[in-house]
Design a protein around this ligand. Structure first.
Ligand code: ATP
Length: 233
């Protein structure tokens, strides 16, 4: 049984339909990249999974249970955490406080304690008492990832973690992914940076105007097929 099983998912903003009958699975421990141009529906997909946009209950199953349209806090408690686009740190809180916020509402312990996060991102340990907004873009992205991890999710959703960062900084941010995968955490990586996405993903799905236009393992997909799925004719 897949960890996340999405079936015939539609999503709307008022009358505007953003996703059309999407089918998609994520296996336990799998890293799935979702690629697609601006407006393809990538963020909408993540928002329906996390309960920020309504969905039919049966359209999203997690760990065998239907969760579509449940309140976001409920979904998080079940083990799904999101790194939102644009990081969205709390400006008045320190790095450490921003990290701790992610653990609220989740009971029990797990691999990702504060100490473990500071091992994963040593720079955050060094700057634990700085306001989150005093950090560089890459460091803020690390805080956003840590804040999601501290809830010890079995599924981590990442919305464009490379956005607005220089290539060398993207490499630093992406460097945390192998350690997260090694814990058996499944990852959904939404990316416009196709090269990054293909380098780390077990499988890739391309969205175009709310529909999946391509699915496969990176090694099986030709450049032409990806270009066609990404941009259309
Ligand atoms: P981006 O990389 O720009 O974030 P995306 O693939 O994540 O693109 P979405 O943000 O999911 O795309 O948007 C999908 C479609 O839904 C787009 O046509 C977008 O204009 C529309 N949309 C997104 N948010 C809203 C909203 N709050 N109200 C109305 N339409 C929206």
């Amino acid at each position: 049984m897949a960890l996340l099983d999405i079936t015939a998912l539609d999503a709307f903003y008022g009358d505007f339909q953003a996703l059309f009958g999407l089918d998609l699975t994520v296996g336990r421990g799998e890293t799935l990249a979702i690629i697609g141009a601006n407006g393809a529906g990538k963020s909408t997909l993540l928002k329906t999974i996390t309960g920020l946009i309504p969905a039919r209950r049966e359209a999203v199953r997690f760990d065998g249970e239907p969760i579509g349209g449940l309140p976001a806090a409920d979904i998080m408690r079940r083990g799904i955490a999101m790194v939102p686009e644009g990081r969205k740190l709390f400006p008045s809180l320190t790095v450490e406080e921003n990290l701790l916020v992610g653990g609220w509402g989740r009971k029990g312990s797990g691999r990702w304690s504060l100490a473990a996060l500071y091992e994963l991102f040593p720079i955050l340990g060094a700057r634990r008492n700085s306001p989150g907004t005093a950090l560089s873009g890459g460091q803020q992205q690390m805080v956003a990832i840590g804040r999601a991890l501290i809830s010890n999710p079995s599924l981590l959703l990442c919305d464009e973690i490379s956005l607005g960062l220089a290539p060398i900084v993207i490499r630093d941010v992406y460097a945390c992914l192998p350690s997260i995968r090694a814990e058996g955490t499944a990852i959904v990586l939404v990316e416009q940076d196709i090269v990054q996405a293909l380098a780390v993903a077990d499988r890739v799905v391309c969205l175009q105007e709310g529909r999946a236009t391509l699915e496969g393992r990176p090694a099986e997909l030709s450049r032409e097929a990806i270009q066609h799925a990404y941009f259309g004719d």
